[in-house]
Write a protein that binds this ligand. Sequence first.
Ligand code: NAI
Length: 546
Amino acid sequence: MKRNPKNLPTGLRLMQDPTLNKGTAFSEAEREALGLRGLVPPHVQTIDDQVKRFLITYRKRSTDLERYIDLSSLQDRNETLYYHIITKHIEDMMPMIYTPTVGLACQQFGQIFRRSHGMYISQKDRGSVAKVLRNWPRKDIRVIVVTDGERILGLGDLGANGMGIPIGKLALYTACAGIHPTQCLPVAIDVGTNNLSLLDDPLYLGMRQHRTTGETYDALVDEFIAAATEAFPKALIQFEDFANHNAFRFLNKYRDHVCTFNDDIQGTAAVALAGIYSALRITGGKLHDQRLLFFGAGEAGTGVGELMVTALKSEGLTEAEARKACWFVDSKGLIVQSRTDLNEQKLPFAQDHAPLKDPLAIIEALRPTALIGASGQPGTFTQQIIEAATRSAGRPIIFALSNPTSKAECTAARAYEWSGGAAIFASGSPFPPVEFNGKQFVPGQGNNAYIFPGVGLGIIASGSRLVTDEMFLTAARTLANLVTEADLAQGRIYPPLRQIRDVSLAIAVAVARSAERSGLATEKIPADAWNAIKALMYQPNYVSLA
Ligand code: NAI
């Protein structure tokens, strides 16, 4: 028997490395070669035996938070098994590792913290961020997801507890698009929190100070971006859950020279646009005939609006014509030109219309074909509103995108009931199928996980230097084209999540081609891009170590 041919760590050190650990599945040969005899029970299990064992306890758990903890502990112990399980059970487990459960996990991060995962860059690291990043043991990082924790889902400022979000998103990059887990780096930039209950919480793990803002804050983010692009030159940097006032600034500041995007703005836009394309296959409408009424003019809402404008322009409309299709309501009412309080994201959508505040009056005046909720305000879509939208559109498109579930503008059941079964509904967090008037409706989940993993894989495969809007447009179209007639017949406007790996691959191929067309690709895309990119995808199965 050849001892340790791959020069791996041995014995307990090997078992404590989650990337290499197989637990009870180490083979006899591996046990012999790698000093594992006696350290694991004698019976050698298969990965399927291990899955069964994990699921027995997991399914007995009484809360989703307990299931989240089970999964994250498994991720800490044995990454292959973790990704094997979540890939196989993606429909059940995505809501555990991401929204809605991740929101709860972030809120209780200080209590459920077991083992550090990812990197924390805090105010204390100012001036030495490059040195801190060198502590990360892996060098070939391809995706970084970074948050400063200021706007976690619709839950607000959770400071360093927001780390649950980059961890969850990167788990989805691996599960949905096969980005190797060792190439992923979650980062929390900790500049404090203005959440007083966290500052008072003895178990809070972040900096105990109010948020640093202004030049000092910007300098830390600048330093992080410079250090990260230097240390990990092939990495795509995804901004996640930054507050509105920083998210747009950073996107505009870095997007022309750093390979970066903001998922709340651009990923949400692509998944919502894909939903609209699919919904139009049900209603028979045309994109240029739509009147979209957004409730919420923040990152998510205006992001969708901007991509809608890009999509309409690609169909031949002028910019002004395209903007006329997108109407916004924010916390102060309809966004119209006479308002003097509009920021630079809202201004391009200010319409020439009398000011209106009452949502019902707005719907009656505008007769929208779609309501898109991205307000973070639960209950915004009342019975009166859905009924009015149904009167004006016949079959209204109703997207209640706010996360987590508790923040959704309305539930799936309400949307179907109040529209008499006419609504084409999607939400940000999942809702179960609904029976209404003897028919089963499957609500769409406008989950960004349909988009960002595939976009990331396409960027990696093409070595794209930048991320463009065209890539999100092509991702949206690719996603919508994967929805079958059978899906549409059930009101389902996204493909089933169990097909997510193929969805991501299709998007990756389209994005890589887009990078090539725009001259941004640094890697050659072979003619058979599908198989070439597929070959890059990590498969969560054990490989022989001996
Ligand atoms: P944001 O803070 O940037 O924007 C919120 C907007 O809602 C602001 O324009 C605010 O004026 C407006 N608003 C507040 N109260 C309102 C009301 N009663 N009626 C109409 N508008 C109102 O937040 P962001 O990033 O845009 O996120 C909003 C929500 O969208 C969050 O709950 C977030 O979780 C969700 N979201 C969902 C995604 C998805 O489903 N795929 C992806 C990204 C965000």
